[in-house]
Ligand binder design. Structure first.
Ligand SMILES: *Cc1c(COP(=O)(O)O)cnc(C)c1O
Length: 397
């Protein structure tokens, strides 16, 4: 069926790719052993470091985020190692499954999937582990299935207070470039990133930002691996090259996307995401619906998961929105299937795109016969207008 106008891609990743990033990738395939490539490789690696906020190394894989999850574990750990994993949602549970398949022994700290990682429980597990059997603590920073952001600085503090030497590994796939994140300052050992969410790129690149301590662990890792090996990669990266064919055109995009983030200013990028998230929550409340995240200190800046009223199907609602309004919303994942829909408000996004998105949700609720009150869009517009006025005043002062 012919659909005029532009599709609204409002799933929480992959996200909309800005035109200048698309154009940066529209480039003839190049010789990845040429001097020109070395220059591109160096710029891509430096750019990635600036977004992770690290002075240490970042590895770029031609892989989806799942590959970088695996790379983080196989480079640093050994079969039978105990890992403390925080099961905050579907992505955390997939990382947990991956760790189990690799032969690691996860100790799981669960939540009800409506809040961030349970830091007091992590602290207790670390205090009780006097023999230091736990080799790594794994947390998903922004759980894309629930719209809850965990407090990584607090997890770091729990490790420090317990005097525990475990590595800290953090999945930042849906927070990098959209929610404040500080690899070095928060003492993270391996940060796992992906290209297709806050970084505004197509899928296909993923990252490991690695601390000096993680590199030491890599010397003694007993899990077999080859493709993911950090050492070979780091050696080639010294001159901007890769040990195997890199995703050249995506690297052009990465350089352009990182420049774009810095042109806006990372702090402004994060503030914009928080503003759009707050406007979205105001709309949800005005509709009389419920935001899945129940603890405000864990509200996500990059997406909002919305609970469907009892007896109504989130997937049926999403289908109506897709067919009638040409907009994609995120589905409920795992145990949240059909119970929630997710509004992605991350990446290359502005007030009017959010207004269009929320209008689509409000129209969709009406079309699908989901009980709600009108006025969600208005509540969001009022908030956005106030925020814009406030910004104008700050600039004038
Ligand atoms: C999208 C996502 C993943 C999975 O990444 P893929 O690129 O699909 O492999 C993992 N973790 C989080 C938090 C994500 O949002």
């Amino acid at each position: 069926m012919f659909k005029p106008g532009r599709h609204f891609l409002q799933i929480p990743g992959p996200t909309n790719v800005p035109d200048n990033v698309l154009r940066a990738m529209d480039h003839p395939t190049m010789d990845h052993r040429s001097p020109e490539f070395g220059d591109l490789g160096r710029r891509a690696l430096e750019g990635a470091k600036s977004v992770f906020k690290t002075a240490s190394d970042v590895i770029i894989y031609p892989a989806s985020g799942t590959g970088a999850w695996e790379a983080a574990l196989v480079n640093t750990l050994s079969p039978g190692d105990k890992v403390l994993m925080c099961e905050t949602g579907q992505f955390a549970s997939l990382w947990l499954r991956l760790a189990t398949r690799l032969g690691l022994e996860p100790e799981v700290i669960e939540t009800d999937w409506r809040t961030g990682a349970d830091v007091p429980a992590i602290a207790e597990a670390l205090r009780n582990d006097t023999g230091h059997a736990i080799k790594a603590v794994c947390v998903v920073h922004n759980e894309t299935s629930t719209g809850c952001t965990s407090r990584i600085a607090d997890v770091r503090a729990a490790l420090d207070e317990a005097g525990h030497p475990a590595l800290l590994m953090v999945d930042v796939i849906s927070s990098l470039g959209s929610i404040d994140y500080r690899h070095d300052e928060w003492g993270v050992d391996v940060s796992v990133g992906g290209s297709q969410k806050g970084l505004m790129l197509p899928p296909g690149l993923s990252f490991n930002a690695i601390s000096a301590k993680a590199k030491v662990s890599a010397q003694g890792s007993g899990l077999r691996h080859s493709y993911w090996n950090w050492e070979e990669m780091l050696k080639a990266n010294e001159t901007g090259f890769f040990p195997y064919t890199p995703a050249t055109n995506l690297l052009y995009g990465l350089v352009a996307a990182v420049d774009r983030l810095h042109e806006e200013g990372l702090d402004n990028v994060f503030a914009r995401h928080q503003r759009h998230a707050e406007a979205t929550r105001r709309a949800v409340r005005a509709w009389g619906l419920e935001v899945l995240c129940r603890t405000p200190e864990h509200y996500s800046g990059s997406l909002t998961a919305v609970l469907m009223p009892e007896g109504h199907s989130a997937d049926a609602f999403r289908k109506v929105v897709h067919e009638r309004l040409n907009m994609s919303l995120g589905n409920g994942l795992g145990r949240l299937a059909d119970r929630v829909f997710r509004i992605g408000h991350l990446g290359d996004f502005n007030d009017l795109m959010l207004a269009g998105t929320l209008s689509g949700v409000e129209m969709g609720l009406k079309l699908a016969g989901v009980p709600h009150q009108a006025g969600g869009v208005q509540a969001a517009l009022d908030y956005l207008a106030d925020a814009a006025r406030g910004e104008a005043c700050t600039r004038a002062a």
